[in-house]
Ligand binder design. Sequence first.
Ligand SMILES: Cc1cc2nc3c(=O)[nH]c(=O)nc-3n(C[C@H](O)[C@H](O)[C@H](O)COP(=O)(O)OP(=O)(O)OC[C@H]3O[C@@H](n4cnc5c(N)ncnc54)[C@H](O)[C@@H]3O)c2cc1C
Length: 240
Amino acid sequence: MPSLANYRIVNVSHETHNTFSWQLTPWSGEIFDFTPGQFVMLHLLNPDGTSQAKKPYSIASSPLNKKYLELAIKVQGNFSGQLATLRTEDLVGVEGPFGAFTYQPQKHKQVVMLAGGIGITPFISMIRYLSDAALEDNKIWLYYCNQTEAEIAYRRELEELGRQNPNLTVTFSVDRCLIEGCPGWYGEVGFIDSSKIEEHIGDYKDKYFFLCGPPAFIQIAEGIIKNHNVPPEMIKKEGF
Ligand SMILES: Cc1cc2nc3c(=O)[nH]c(=O)nc-3n(C[C@H](O)[C@H](O)[C@H](O)COP(=O)(O)OP(=O)(O)OC[C@H]3O[C@@H](n4cnc5c(N)ncnc54)[C@H](O)[C@@H]3O)c2cc1C
């Protein structure tokens, strides 16, 4: 059963110029069990500890990490802007876990993850889990799209995990290079398309497709996948 509890911010990291991550620990008790891909409702608290407002945020940490819960937040509007003003030792309300956008290693042996922008967060949890749990019979291809190189959150960690883990293939893609040029860029350039995905995953057969990002990204990615006759039951999606 999802529960609402107070969590303390124990660490704040800047992932990019507009995205930060928090490590959170429960004020009392332990972190709840969850499945990679699930999200929490994050509550901003009033001075008296009551909930002021709430929004959903995917969990970025691995379920095997019992030390802290990690969230990554892109500053976009009012709520995330208020979250950005909080500091270590501040308290927030965490309610969860929720959601069915989940990675189940027994079932999802081969997964292509298509991430748009901050839609990377549930995949970070899944990829960390792949490594933490040393899942040797599972394969993940991550295709991670951003407008610019500067917006790639968790870049160093993903590069490192991709190097270490033969079951993980990481591809970054940016679309702004076409206009601005990106010296030294080794990833893909331009919008996501069928042939670019195919180049990195081999073929579309017998693979699950997990899509996460803004609704427009999901729509394009889903269109590409459906053109390859991937059955609907092998497609999972979460729009942010
Ligand atoms: C299941 C789920 C998981 C999620 N996980 C994450 C996560 O891990 N990390 C994350 O960062 N987000 C995540 N989100 C999104 C998150 O819940 C918030 O929606 C997000 O932080 C934006 O909220 P906000 O109040 O800051 O922005 P909003 O105020 O809702 O603004 C959102 C966008 O609308 C624009 N906008 C707002 N008002 C106007 C206006 N009047 N005119 C024109 N444009 C306007 C803003 O500029 C901004 O681009 C998730 C969402 C879902 C559903």
